[in-house]
Design a protein around this ligand. Structure first.
Ligand SMILES: Nc1ncnc2c1ncn2[C@@H]1O[C@H](COP(=O)(O)OP(=O)(O)OP(=O)(O)O)[C@@H](O)[C@H]1O
Ligand SMILES: [Mg+2]
Length: 295
């Protein structure tokens, strides 16, 4: 049964798509059959995998709005073990057309129900907003992976986002957990990157992935060649970091099975908001283990 992971952050340009494509490819080459769902009308995941604009191609729109089985819109992503549900700009209309529909937040959840047995991971690349497309992604997911760019005010941003996610647990998806917070575009030459990383780790503890994605030009170049970075430059720091992340995701899944538990979620958002306002320091490594009950 696939673990369904949304890659989400309302903030734009933080590395959601780069993570979806490269984590997806890294899981696939680790022999974990993976489906990538492009849930963003910008269709950057679709183009990064080498599918240029094509009005004739069926997309997630047909599934969400016209009820086409998802198997009929998915394509082989040209990487063994990796399939793609493409997007295009028509998906903008879906966010509006869903509004009057019954069960409007649960269309994607229903669409993937019948194919979850065929994959080990289903990754959903979300748009940089909290619209009905993102709500569909989050309602369909077991967990959410939050990429965070190491920059000023990152701590405040992630706190707000986790508060929002916890609210969604009370409404559309009580089972939603946090897969992890991922530091992206990390530059170890800057004090700011180091400080932001240290602050996030001190507040969110084990919820922050140990793997860190460095700022790496190969990651920015690979999409223009239509291939994941592991096929563009396997020796690059960017490729190494996403392979590392895939290993961590797999090991975390094995641990969960071993313990018979899901990872405990954060209610630490409020703590971190307060701390971000007052200057962040200290906090220990257990910030991520605070229960989700803090209303
Ligand atoms: N680690 C990295 N090193 C260098 N460039 C990166 C890295 N991660 C992402 N980029 C580049 O930064 C830009 C934004 O990344 P990406 O598209 O993955 O973000 P996003 O969160 O999906 O954006 P959006 O919110 O618009 O969907 C892209 O041009 C991408 O190639
Ligand atoms: Mg994107």
């Amino acid at each position: 049964m696939a673990r369904v992971i949304s890659i989400a952050n309302q903030k734009g340009g933080v590395g959601k798509t780069t993570t979806a494509v490269n984590l997806g490819a890294s899981l696939a080459v680790s022999e974990k059959r993976t489906l990538l769902i492009d849930c963003d009308p910008q269709a950057n995941t679709t183009s990064a995998l080498g599918f240029p604009k094509d009005p004739a191609r069926r997309t997630l729109y047909q599934t969400l709005i016209l009820g086409e089985p998802i198997e009929r819109v998915m394509v082989d992503a040209k990487v063994e073990g990796l399939d793609l549900v493409p997007s295009d700009k028509n998906l903008v209309g879906a966010a509006v057309e869903l509004v009057p529909m019954d069960d409007r937040e649960y269309k994607l959840r229903a669409a993937i129900q019948g194919i979850r047995e065929q994959y080990e991971y289903i990754l959903i690349d979300c748009p940089p907003s909290l619209d009905l497309l993102t709500l569909n992604a989050l309602a369909a997911s077991d967990s959410v992976l939050v990429p965070i760019q190491c920059e000023y005010l990152a701590l405040e941003g992630v706190s707000e986002l986790l508060d929002t996610l916890m609210r969604l647990r009370r409404t559309i998806n009580p089972a939603l957990s946090v897969e992890g917070i991922l530091l992206t575009m990390y530059d170890d030459r800057t004090t700011l990157s180091k400080q932001v990383a240290a602050d996030l780790r001190s507040f969110f503890g084990s919820q922050v992935f140990e793997s860190v994605i460095p700022r790496n030009v190969r990651l920015a170049e690979a999409p223009s060649h239509g291939i994941p970075v592991i096929f563009y430059d396997i020796h690059s720091k960017g490729a190494e970091s996403y392979i590392q992340l895939a290993k961590e995701v797999i090991v975390n899944a094995q641990k969960r099975v071993g313990q018979g538990t899901e990872r405990v979620d954060s209610g630490a958002g409020a703590n971190a908001s307060a701390a971000a306002a007052g200057g962040a320091s200290g906090g220990g490594s257990s910030g991520g283990d605070v229960g989700p009950g803090a209303d």
